[in-house]
Design a protein around this ligand. Structure first.
Ligand SMILES: O=C([O-])C(=O)C[C@H](O)[C@@H](O)C(=O)[O-]
Ligand SMILES: [Mg+2]
Length: 429
C-alpha cells in the first residue's frame, strides 16, 4: 500500500501592507505601503505550508476564491490548480491583453493573473508536502544543483523620505545622482556582500544614467552591472545608451518597449538584452525568440505560475539558447525562500538573481534570511525552511484593514509630490 496523500483541510489568503521606501522608476515612485498576499494551507495530517504573491485587489479576490476551492483537494494536486483558479475566478482566458503598469510586469492577461495567484498556492502546497515528507522544497523539484544562490544588489534612485506624514522611513538617504548611486552601492556591497549591481533606470535623462553606470564601473571594476529603464527609451536612445556602455554592462534590461523595438536595438548594437516585460508568459515566447528580441529572460516564479512552471520556462530557454536570470518585485521572506529553492534547481540560472528584499524592513517569517557574500544559502530543512510569524502577519494585516491601499500605483504616489504628474508614455526618452 502506498502512502496516503494528505488533503487540504484549511486554506487562507491574508492581505497585508508592507512598508516600502520611496524608490523611483519610469512611472513614478513606490507608495509608502505595498500590498502582498500571504497564503496558508493546512493538511489533514496537521502540516502547514505558506506562499506569498502580489496583493493587489484582483489578485487578492482570486486568491480568496481559490483558498475556498482548494479545500478537500490532495496537497499534491498542483497541476489541477490552474483550472481550479479559472473556475474559482469565474473568467476565461480570452480578454485582450493590455500593458500592466502596476509593478511594470508587461502585459496584463487573465492567465497571468491566474498564474500569479496559483504560484502562491503551489508553493504553500510544496512547503506543506515537504514538511510531511521531511524534505526541502528543492528536493521535491529534483534536487539542488548549488548550495547558495547569488543575488544582485538592486540600486534605485530614491528620495530620502516619502513626502507624507507617518510614512515608513529608513536611513539610506537620497540617491539622485551618480555619487548617490555609488554611495548606495558601497553600502550594499559592505552590508550584504553583493557582487553585482542592477540600477533601476528610466528616472533621469539617459545621459545622467549612463554617467551613473560609468561611476559604478569606475568604483567597482569587477562587479557586473545592469541597467533597466523598464521600456523607457526609444530605439535610437537605446542604441545611444548601448553604444556608450558597450563593454560596461552585463546586460541591458528592457531598454525599449515591444518585441520589434527590442529586436531592432539588438540588430543595431549586438547588445545582450534582458526582459521581464516582453516575455512574461509562455504565449509571448515564440515571437520574441524568433525575432531575437531577448537573449536573457528574467524568470519570476510569481507570474510564470510557480516553481514547476519556472523549470518549464528554463526548458524553453535552454532549447532556444536564451539565458535565464531572475526578476523581483517588492517582496518578503516567503517569496525569497521560494526564489532561492527554485534558483537552486535550475542549472542554467547562472546570473545573480534580482531581489528587492534588502529594501524591506519588515517580514512575516520569524527568522529573515541573511545575505552572505551576496548569496542566500539553500536550506535543507523540510519545506521552504521558513516559519510564519503570526504576530507579524496579524499586525501587517491590521495595517491593511486600517489603510485604504488596495493596489500598487507608482503614478499616484508621484502625484503627491508633483500634482501635475501623469503616467509617462513608454518610451519616455
Ligand atoms: O526589473 C523590473 O522591471 C522590476 O523590478 C519591476 C519593479 O516594479 C521595479 O521597477 C520597481 O520596484 O520599481
Ligand atoms: Mg526589469
Amino acid at each position: 500500500m502506498g502512502r496516503r496523500v494528505p488533503r487540504i483541510v484549511r486554506a487562507a489568503a491574508t492581505p497585508i501592507l508592507i512598508g516600502d521606501p520611496p524608490l523611483l522608476n519610469v512611472l513614478g515612485v513606490h507608495q509608502p505601503y505595498t500590498p502582498r498576499c500571504i497564503v496558508e494551507i493546512e493538511t489533514d495530517d496537521g502540516a502547514v505550508g505558506v506562499g506569498e504573491t502580489y496583493g493587489d485587489a484582483e489578485y487578492l479576490a482570486l486568491a480568496t476564491s481559490l483558498a475556498d476551492a482548494v479545500v478537500g483537494t490532495p496537497v499534491t494536486a498542483l497541476n489541477g490548480l490552474f483550472d481550479l483558479a479559472y473556475e474559482a475566478g469565474g473568467f476565461a482566458d480570452d480578454a485582450a491583453p493590455e500593458f500592466d503598469p502596476a509593478g511594470l510586469r508587461g502585459r496584463r492577461t487573465p492567465s497571468k493573473l491566474v498564474r500569479s495567484v496559483v504560484s502562491a498556492f503551489e508553493i504553500a502546497s510544496l512547503d506543506a508536502l515537504g514538511t510531511v515528507l521531511g524534505l526541502p522544497v528543492h528536493a521535491l523539484l529534483g534536487g539542488k544543483v548549488r548550495d547558495r544562490v547569488d543575488y544582485s544588489a538592486y540600486l534605485f534612485y530614491r528620495w530620502a523620505e516619502h513626502p507624507v506624514a507617518d510614512a515608513p522611513s529608513d536611513d539610506w538617504g537620497a540617491a539622485l545622482d551618480p555619487e548617490g548611486v555609488v554611495a548606495q552601492a558601497r553600502r550594499f556591497a559592505s552590508e550584504y556582500g553583493f557582487g553585482s549591481f542592477k540600477l533601476k533606470g528610466g528616472v533621469f535623462s539617459p545621459d545622467e544614467e549612463i554617467a551613473a553606470i560609468k561611476a559604478l564601473a569606475k568604483e567597482f571594476p569587477d562587479h557586473p552591472l545592469r541597467l533597466d529603464p523598464n521600456g523607457g527609451w526609444t530605439v535610437d536612445t537605446s542604441v545611444h545608451v548601448a553604444t556608450e556602455l558597450d563593454g560596461t554592462l552585463e546586460y541591458l534590461e528592457d531598454p525599449t518597449p515591444g518585441v520589434e523595438a527590442m529586436a531592432e536595438v539588438r540588430r543595431r548594437t549586438g547588445a545582450l538584452l534582458a526582459t521581464n516585460m516582453i516575455v512574461t508568459s509562455f504565449e509571448e515566447i515564440p515571437a520574441a525568440f524568433a525575432a531575437d528580441a531577448v537573449q536573457v529572460v528574467l524568470s519570476d516564479h510569481h507570474y510564470w505560475g510557480g516553481l514547476h512552471a519556472t523549470r518549464e520556462l528554463a526548458a524553453h530557454c535552454r532549447t532556444y539558447g536564451v539565458a535565464l536570470s531572475m526578476h523581483s518585485n517588492t517582496h518578503l521572506g516567503i517569496s525569497l525562500a521560494a526564489m532561492t529553492h527554485v534558483a537552486s534547481v535550475v542549472p542554467e540560472l547562472r546570473y545573480a538573481c534580482d531581489t528587492h528584499r534588502p529594501w524591506q524592513t519588515e517580514d512575516v517569517i520569524t527568522t529573515p534570511h541573511v545575505f552572505r557574500d551576496g548569496a542566500v544559502e539553500v536550506p535543507d530543512t523540510p519545506g521552504l525552511g521558513v516559519e510564519l510569524d503570526r504576530d507579524a502577519l496579524a499586525a501587517l494585516h491590521e495595517r491593511w484593514r486600517r489603510l485604504d491601499v488596495r493596489g500598487r500605483d507608482d503614478v499616484a504616489a508621484m502625484r503627491v509630490k508633483y500634482p501635475e504628474w501623469t503616467q509617462p508614455p513608454l518610451p519616455r526618452w
